[in-house]
Design a protein around this ligand. Structure first.
Ligand code: FES
Length: 327
């Protein structure tokens, strides 16, 4: 475990673990104190966290579940994550100890409080609640929320809703914020709850299937929508690793047909997409970007990624499913 002050990655910042706390059977809270040069986030943004696990550096992307005001006040940020049994990083997070050093990226992402006069509808699925907690934390503290009506639909499996105390505290402090705690089993699909909010700007963060339902409903009534979504782990068969297959690569709002034999970098170059790279061999990290969803194979080791958001190197990644990246 890393106890000396590391500088593992160019362009990364050091952060000290303050505490790790279990919120429920499979949800963890991690408090970090970034070094002073870390640029404060905008509520709703995420970071890439790198931790040394069994001698290997493992990086995953996490939304910051606290507002910028609490970073300015306490010099800390909070991550709240589901522990995925087969995950590469989350099952090890509980072994992090106070004062341990980790690396974090600068804050990233565009999923932030929107500039709009409309009321807001926030739609959270499972751990997708985290950016909304950060946004509400800042909007209520700074009075940015003002008289704007903000309603949150918080879907999760029965008994798996987290941070309910914080939602309750927000609604007590701010009359215009209201919320519903929902389960699909009792309350039905998300679609059943959307028609009441046709005049609002919708923000959705949750599993890809939920996002697709909300997006298709939003299109039918022309509701403006901002989103951050993650995919369930797709099933990857052995045949799909050897057979020549075509997938889609979505990046910055464009979609490109790609195969599973060449690297993502070479196919982006062939399609004349602007992409930064250096060594082409997985060494310099200049081609690194955030994979939003989908599974890729590391051409050096054959190892498959999971489908969560994470940093990948385009020059050593081949598609195994449809993939979405942020260049
Ligand atoms: S170009 Fe150097 S790591 Fe990909």
């Amino acid at each position: 475990m890393q106890q000396i002050k590391p500088a593992w990655r160019d362009g990364y910042f050091r952060a000290k673990v303050v505490a790790v706390k279990k919120l429920s059977a499979d949800m963890l809270e991690v408090l970090l104190r970034p070094e002073s040069s870390w640029p404060t986030h905008i509520a709703g943004q995420h970071i890439a966290l790198t931790v040394e696990i069994n001698g290997r550096l493992t990086t995953r992307v996490f939304t910051i579940a606290s507002g910028a005001n609490s970073h300015q006040r306490d010099k800390q940020i909070r991550l709240v994550t589901k522990v995925k049994a087969r995950g590469a990083l989350t099952p090890y997070l509980h072994t992090c100890v106070a004062n341990q050093w980790v690396n974090i990226s600068a804050p990233m992402g565009e999923f932030v409080w929107p500039e709009t006069q409309k009321p807001l509808l926030m739609i959270a699925g499972g751990s997708g609640i985290t950016p909304f907690i950060a946004m509400l934390d800042d909007a209520i503290n700074s009075k940015q929320i003002n008289q704007k009506a903000v309603h949150l639909l918080h879907f999760a499996k029965p008994n798996e809703h987290v941070l309910l105390n914080e939602l309750s505290a927000f609604s007590k402090r701010c009359e215009s914020f209201t919320y519903d705690v929902l389960t699909k089993q009792t309350d039905g699909d998300v679609e059943a709850h959307l028609s009441y909010f046709a005049d609002a700007h919708w923000l959705v963060c949750g599993p890809h299937a939920m996002f697709e339902q909300v997006e298709s409903y939003a299109k039918t009534i022309n509701a403006p929508i901002s989103s951050e979504h993650f995919a369930a782990l797709p099933v990857v068969s052995n045949t799909s690793l050897t057979k020549n297959e075509t997938f889609s690569l979505v990046h910055n709002g464009q979609s490109l047909a790609i195969d599973n034999q060449q690297t993502l970098l070479s196919q982006l170059q062939q399609a004349k997409q602007p992409v930064t790279y250096g060594c082409g061999m997985g060494i310099c990290h200049q081609c690194q970007c955030v994979k939003k969803r989908g599974v890729v194979r590391d051409t050096r080791t054959g190892e498959l990624s999971d489908s969560a958001e994470q940093l990948i190197q385009l020059c050593v990644s081949q598609a195994v499913t449809d993939v979405e990246i942020q260049l």
